[in-house]
Design a protein around this ligand. Sequence first.
Ligand SMILES: Nc1ncnc2c1ncn2[C@@H]1O[C@H](COP(=O)(O)OP(=O)(O)OP(=O)(O)O)[C@@H](O)[C@H]1O
Ligand SMILES: [Mg+2]
Length: 378
Amino acid sequence: MPRLTLTAVSKRFDRFQALDSVSLAIPDGAFLALLGPSGCGKTTLLRLIAGLEVPDDGEIRFDDDVVAGETAFVPPERRRIGMVFQSYALWPTMSVRGNIEFGLKVARLTAQERAARIDEVLDVVGLRGLGDRRPHELSGGQRQRVALARSLATRPKLILLDEPLANLDAHLREAMLTEFRRIHSLTGATFVFVTHDQDEAMAVATHVAVMDRGRLEQLGTLEELYRRPASPMVARFIGRGRTLPVKVVKSEGGRTRVMLGQQLLDMPGDAPVGHGWLAFHASDLRRAPEGGQLKTELVGQVFQNGAFLSHCLPTEIDGDVVSLALPERLAPGTPIELAFTGGWVIGDGGTGHGGSGDGVPDVTGRSSACRPAVISLR
Ligand SMILES: Nc1ncnc2c1ncn2[C@@H]1O[C@H](COP(=O)(O)OP(=O)(O)OP(=O)(O)O)[C@@H](O)[C@H]1O
Ligand SMILES: [Mg+2]
């Protein structure tokens, strides 16, 4: 059963459409990373899930319960969620214990229950013994963990994290990510984690959603988004992907035949006949001594991870620079022929998926009209 289901959720601020018919479902215990360019609506989506904003259209359900919809609205304090935002928002004059206790008082736990619960969550986040300190006596990472402890104390089933690592240094980010993963498996709660950082998402997420301009572009595992992007935007956004324009001449059973310039290629994919895109990553290209499928000219190289990351401009088609690792240094202008060892063909507008409001996409990104709503994680 999905823990969290959004059906055609829209939100406008005056005339600005911040969210446009977003539909998604994630299962109990998922760790969803929400990715997308700045301003695409990630925080707005979290605020709607939390109950800090009211949707203009659509419905939000926790399990079978409607928490926001045409006829129902459950206020934030009754949604049983934990929230951690980029700014920790701790009470500066209260101790660590006092900060955590606040929500437990609201939930009307007895003093004894509160004390036991505080000890428990301080243990979970590794802050035992620091309960009497005030926020200014803690490091940034410790403060972050207090915010997390506070959100865990009420034992929420759903935890929303909005760029919680944004102002920590690289070392601390890594330590906190390990911490998040541990807490996720320890508590079994469903996490929704907004981040700008794909490496961060890869480190913790079971599912990834990519948003663009208020719409959900795709929901799936990171591998699915990487190997089978549903739209040109996702293809370019995930893992520094590249796209080249192609003409789809045939598409059948997950295979396509496309024209890349004058070259006829047989590629996996799912796209209607007509204009489309070949999506790929650096690892899908190799240099072909002759008779390659894409003729290019070297424009620059960067030494990276023991090889030369080489940027090559197509010479016979109108396409962007493509990149691949080569073992040697070459002069700019060197002609380089490339062949594809992998890739994925998509239609001009994508393959049809989330955000259209005509069904709730499951974790494969396909509509529930043709797939079960959710694939269980365990
Ligand atoms: N209260 C508001 N009133 C008017 N416009 C708003 C309001 N809140 C958000 N917006 C607009 O809605 C859009 C989405 O904002 P949101 O904060 O959800 O983006 P985001 O994806 O979280 O971006 P970032 O990655 O920069 O945090 C933005 O264009 C923003 O300016
Ligand atoms: Mg934001």
